[in-house]
Design a protein around this ligand. Structure first.
Ligand code: NAD
Length: 366
C-alpha cells in the first residue's frame, strides 16, 4: 500500500488536462502516493444523472486529502455548485491561496509573496436566498420592515449575509497559526465594518480579539475592503497574510491572481479540521476543453501545497523549483507566459508538464 492515498477528481472542461499534468508531475517527484480517481461534474452528469455522486464524498471522507480539477457550475439548473457543495459537506472552512510572483510570468509586478486566507462557509456565499415574488420573500420583506422600520422594495430578491463569532474566530486563528507555521510577519483583516456594522463589524472585533493572543509574535492590522483593493494595486509588496470573509476573499483572490500573472498560476487549498481539498483558483474554462492549450501551473502549484500538507516537504520543494525554473526559462511554456500570443515556440498543457517532469528528473540526479 502507498504511504499516501489521495482522492483525485479530474473535473470537467479543462479540468482533466490540467489535473493529469499535476498528477504526472507529483508522481515524477518519487513520492509514495496513490491517486484514487473518482468523478464529479458535467461529464459524469450525463452518465449518472448527478453532478456529485456519493462515491466522491465517500472517497474524500476515507482518504482525508483530495485534489480536484475545476468543475463547471451549470447556469440556471437549480444546483448551486459542486465546488461549494464539496466545501460545505466537508466543512472546509479555510480557503488558502498563496499569491507569489515567479520570474518569467507576464506581470507588471515583482516580489509579491502574499497569502489569502478566505472564510469558506458563511457570508453572502452561505446560499440563503429569497427569490423575487416568492411568497416567502414577500413575507420576509414585511417582517424586516416591521422589525427594522426600513423600507424594502416589494420587487426585490434577497440574499442573507450571516457572519458568526464562531466562524470568524476559527478563520482568524487559522490565519495567525498559518503565519506562525510559515514564518510570516503580518496578518491583515479585510472588512467593510464602517457600513455593515453587525456582520463585518463583528468580523473585525473578533479578529482584534484573536490578534491579542498573538501580540509580539505576529503583527496585526485591518483595512477596509475598497481601500485594500487600491493598496493591493499600488503596493502589493506591503502585504503578507490577508484574512477575509467569504465574498471579499473571492474577489480579492482573483485581483491578486491578476497581480501575479493571471489565473493560470494561482493555486488554492480548502482546509478543514480533518480534511483538505486542493484545487486551482481558476474555473473549467469550457471553451478551451480538449485543446491542450491551458496553463497547468495553477494545478501544479496546488499539488505543491498538497505535498506540503502531507509533510512531503522535499517533494513539494522539488516540484516548485522545477516548475519555477521552466517558467523562468520561458522555452516550454503555454501561451499565457508569452507577450506575443503567436510566438511559434508556445507549447501545450501536456508538453509543459513533460518539460517540468524532465527538470524534476535532472534535479533529482544532480
Ligand atoms: P475560468 O477561470 O474558467 O476562466 C476565465 C478565463 O481565465 C478563461 O477564459 C481563460 O482566459 C483564463 N484561464 C482560466 N484558467 C486558465 C489556465 N489554466 N490557463 C490560462 N488561462 C486560464 O472562469 P469562468 O469562465 O468564469 O468559469 C467557467 C466555469 O468554471 C463556470 O461554470 C464556473 O462556475 C466554474 N468555476 C469553477 C471553479 C472551481 O472548480 N473551483 C472555480 C471558478 C469557476
Amino acid at each position: 500500500m502507498a504511504k499516501h492515498t489521495v482522492t483525485f477528481i479530474p473535473g470537467d472542461g479543462i479540468g482533466p488536462e490540467v489535473s493529469d499534468a499535476a498528477k504526472r508531475c507529483v508522481l515524477a517527484t518519487g513520492v509514495d502516493i496513490y491517486f484514487e480517481e473518482v468523478h464529479a461534474g458535467a461529464d459524469i452528469l450525463e452518465k449518472t444523472g448527478t453532478l456529485l455522486p456519493g462515491s466522491v464524498l465517500e472517497s474524500i471522507k476515507k482518504n482525508k486529502v483530495a485534489i480536484k480539477g475545476p468543475i463547471t457550475t451549470p447556469v440556471g439548473s437549480g444546483f448551486r455548485s459542486v465546488n461549494v457543495a464539496l466545501r460545505k459537506a466537508n466543512d472546509l472552512y479555510a480557503c488558502v491561496r498563496p499569491c507569489k510572483t515567479y520570474k518569467g510570468v507576464q506581470t507588471k509586478y515583482d516580489n509579491i509573496d502574499l497569502v489569502i486566507v478566505r472564510e469558506n462557509t458563511e457570508d453572502l456565499y452561505a446560499g440563503i436566498e429569497f427569490e423575487l415574488d416568492k411568497p416567502e420573500t414577500l413575507d420576509l420583506i414585511s417582517k424586516i420592515e416591521a422589525m427594522s422600520g426600513a423600507k424594502i422594495r416589494k420587487d426585490s430578491g434577497i440574499s442573507i449575509k450571516p457572519i458568526s463569532v464562531t466562524g470568524t474566530r476559527r478563520i482568524v486563528k487559522y490565519a495567525f497559526e498559518y503565519a506562525i507555521k510559515h514564518g510570516r510577519k503580518k496578518v491583515t483583516a479585510v472588512h467593510k465594518a464602517n457600513i455593515m456594522k453587525f456582520s463585518d463589524g463583528l468580523f473585525l472585533s473578533v479578529a482584534r480579539e484573536v490578534a491579542k493572543e498573538y501580540e509580539g509574535e505576529v503583527e496585526f492590522e485591518d483595512k477596509i475592503v475598497d481601500n485594500m483593493c487600491m493598496q493591493l494595486v499600488q503596493r502589493p509588496q506591503n502585504f503578507d497574510v490577508l484574512v477575509l470573509p467569504n465574498l471579499y476573499g473571492d474577489i480579492i483572490s482573483d485581483l491578486c491572481a491578476g497581480l501575479i500573472g493571471g489565473l493560470g498560476v494561482a493555486p488554492g487549498a480548502n482546509i478543514g479540521e480533518e480534511i483538505a481539498l486542493f484545487e486551482a483558483t481558476h474555473g473549467s474554462a469550457p471553451k478551451y476543453k480538449g485543446k491542450n492549450q491551458m496553463n497547468p501551473c495553477a494545478m501544479i502549484f496546488s499539488a505543491v501545497l498538497m505535498l506540503d500538507y502531507l509533510k512531503e516537504e522535499k517533494a513539494a520543494q522539488l516540484l516548485e523549483q522545477a516548475t519555477a525554473e521552466i517558467i523562468a526559462e520561458g522555452k516550454s511554456v503555454t501561451y499565457d507566459f508569452k507577450s506575443d500570443r503567436n510566438d511559434s515556440s508556445i507549447v501545450g498543457t501536456k508538453e509543459m508538464a513533460d518539460a517540468i517532469i524532465e527538470r524534476i528528473k535532472q534535479l533529482k540526479s544532480a
